[in-house]
Ligand binder design. Structure first.
Ligand code: NAP
Length: 248
């Protein structure tokens, strides 16, 4: 229960990695605000948290991170209800894969709009309150693709590489206020996002993973939890890769 009394926000907590992060932080005692773009989208996450033997009840909120007004409303709501925010986890993300020569401007903008501009809006909406409290942790969920690039994912790779630059800049600007900003870069994690890949692609990817398994959302959640913990008090501006050794 190391996070008792702490308040966390996890964007995109309706399923996958975001849900695992929300449940993990709640299990450690944090009050977690979970978001989805749909009302009722986080019902299963809230039920999982309610079923924990220990833990604090979570709350669900609706936000489209790509929409600045929606993010402003979210921040107002969270800060009115909780009065503070200790942990901000920017997890919401989408893919619109396609080969570069066929990629439309709309597909590029949609992915950058959610994955990068969305994280920018959310950080901006909460940074002042966190700075005023002189402490907090921001964890942005990137991807190994932001480090390596990936054929068919020019938009996604650009968004995740941009997230690293955004995070390092924020880490420098917010350090004097006691706020750390880090990126967790997962490799292949078994979620809805990767379930659309063909068996052929999955088999080829598995062959490149030294630890010989796909990651589970909990593998990422544990590292996010570490970055929120006192153990990571002196860690900022870093990108922590969680990929079973795939890109070493
Ligand atoms: P997922 O299962 O597809 O879940 C995506 C989450 O993002 C959902 O909760 C969704 O909410 C939310 N979301 C999407 N667009 C949004 C928007 N405009 N505003 C607010 N929320 C929005 O994805 P995942 O696999 O768990 O991935 C989570 C994060 O990890 C993403 O940033 C992804 O890029 C990153 N990642 C994943 C992998 C992987 O292998 N799975 C690898 C590297 C990085 P709704 O309920 O509204 O749909």
């Amino acid at each position: 229960m190391q996070f008792q009394g702490k308040v966390a926000l996890v964007t995109g907590a309706s399923r996958g990695i975001g849900r695992a992060v929300a449940v993990h932080l709640a299990r450690e005692g944090a009050t977690v605000f979970c978001t989805s773009t749909k009302a009722g989208g986080c019902a299963d996450t809230l039920a999982a948290i309610a079923a924990l033997p220990s833990g604090t009840p979570a709350q669900a909120l609706v936000v489209d991170v790509a929409d600045a007004a929606s993010v402003e409303a979210l921040a107002k709501d969270v800060l009115e209800r909780a009065g503070r925010l200790d942990f901000l986890v920017n997890n919401a993300g989408i893919t619109r894969d396609g080969l570069f020569l066929r990629m439309s401007g709309d597909d590029f903008d949609a992915v950058l709009g959610t994955n990068l501009r969305g994280a920018f809006f959310v950080c901006k909406a909460f940074a002042r309150a966190m700075a005023k409290a002189r402490g907090g942790r921001i964890v942005n969920i990137g991807s190994v693709v932001g480090l390596t690039g990936n054929a068919g994912q020019a938009n996604y790779a650009a968004s995740k590489a941009g997230l690293i630059g955004l995070s390092k800049s924020l880490a420098q600007e917010l350090a004097s206020r006691g706020i750390t900003v880090n990126v967790v870069a997962p490799g292949f994690i078994a979620t809805d996002m990767t379930s659309v890949l063909t068996e052929e692609v999955k088999t080829a990817m598995l062959a490149q993973i030294p630890l010989q398994r796909f990651g589970e959302p909990e593998d990422v959640a544990k590292v996010v939890s570490f970055l929120c913990s006192d153990a990571a008090a002196y860690v900022t501006g870093q990108t922590l890769v969680v990929d079973g050794g795939m890109t070493m």
